[in-house]
Design a protein around this ligand. Structure first.
Ligand SMILES: [Zn+2]
Length: 236
């Protein structure tokens, strides 16, 4: 059974290699980076969208202010003409005309301030949009580059995986039918640690001492043994 035990040990090594291949740090890191980049693009696109809406809204407000301002200019013109043409009006009427002109002029100044604030806001938003577009573009370029790298790594890993699988099959074919059955049972419970070595009368799978009787049987190596504590296949 010594040769069968060695085969089981080799099979376990190949199973471990298989697992480490599918979870390499390199692949994990690149997957995380790809996800982050995709998230950044999404956030950037949302920002772009709300900036576009803000610009549209501000531009409409500007149009409204322009209309308002034109209307006021028209009113102002009428009031001023009245003032210049006010022969025969009473002092009270003149004062009231002057006051309404002043009021219109003040309102005009306010509108103008609002107008310039809005234009400034629109310009700033447009600049911000340019910056955001640049950021999105950079993320997309990096994403595509990393995606290529990820695919390359994946393909390499798949190639290696196929090789390991065929090695596993080759080892398994050499197992005696009854040993193969023991292996399949143990692997269900311990996918990558179904075989444990005996070390100083302790099972290295569960780190618990085994009976001296079992130690003897493992050392004889006539029949495949199991740890009486954890159930792993126990070899010398
Ligand atoms: Zn054990």
């Amino acid at each position: 059974m010594r040769n069968q035990e060695e085969l089981l040990w080799r099979l376990q090594e190949l199973k471990r290699e298989e697992v480490s291949l599918t979870q390499t740090d390199e692949i994990k890191a690149i997957v995380k980076k790809l996800k982050d980049l995709r998230d950044n693009v999404k956030i950037g696109e949302k920002k772009l969208q709300s900036l576009t809406e803000l610009i549209e809204k501000s531009e409409n407000e500007v149009k409204e202010l322009e209309k308002e301002s034109n209307k006021r200019a028209e009113q102002l013109k009428i009031q001023k003409e009245k003032l210049y043409d006010a022969r025969g009006s009473s002092l009270k009427e003149l004062l009231s005309l002057q006051q309404s002109i002043l009021k219109l002029e003040n309102q005009g100044k306010e509108t103008e301030n609002k107008y310039w604030d809005l234009l400034k806001k629109i310009e700033e938003s447009k600049e911000q949009k340019k910056e955001d577009k640049k950021m999105i573009r950079a993320c997309q370029l990096e994403y595509n580059k990393d995606l290529g790298e990820y695919r390359k790594l994946k393909a390499q890993a798949e190639l290696k995986l196929a090789e390991i699988k065929s090695q596993q099959e080759a080892v398994q074919e050499q197992l005696l039918p009854e040993v193969n059955k023991l292996y399949l049972d143990a692997e269900k419970r311990f996918p990558v640690s179904f075989v444990a070595k005996l070390h100083k009368e302790v099972c290295t799978g569960c780190h618990i001492g085994v009976s001296s009787n079992l130690v003897k049987r493992v050392k004889e190596g006539k029949v495949i043994q199991h740890c009486d504590n954890c159930g792993r296949i126990l070899i010398n």
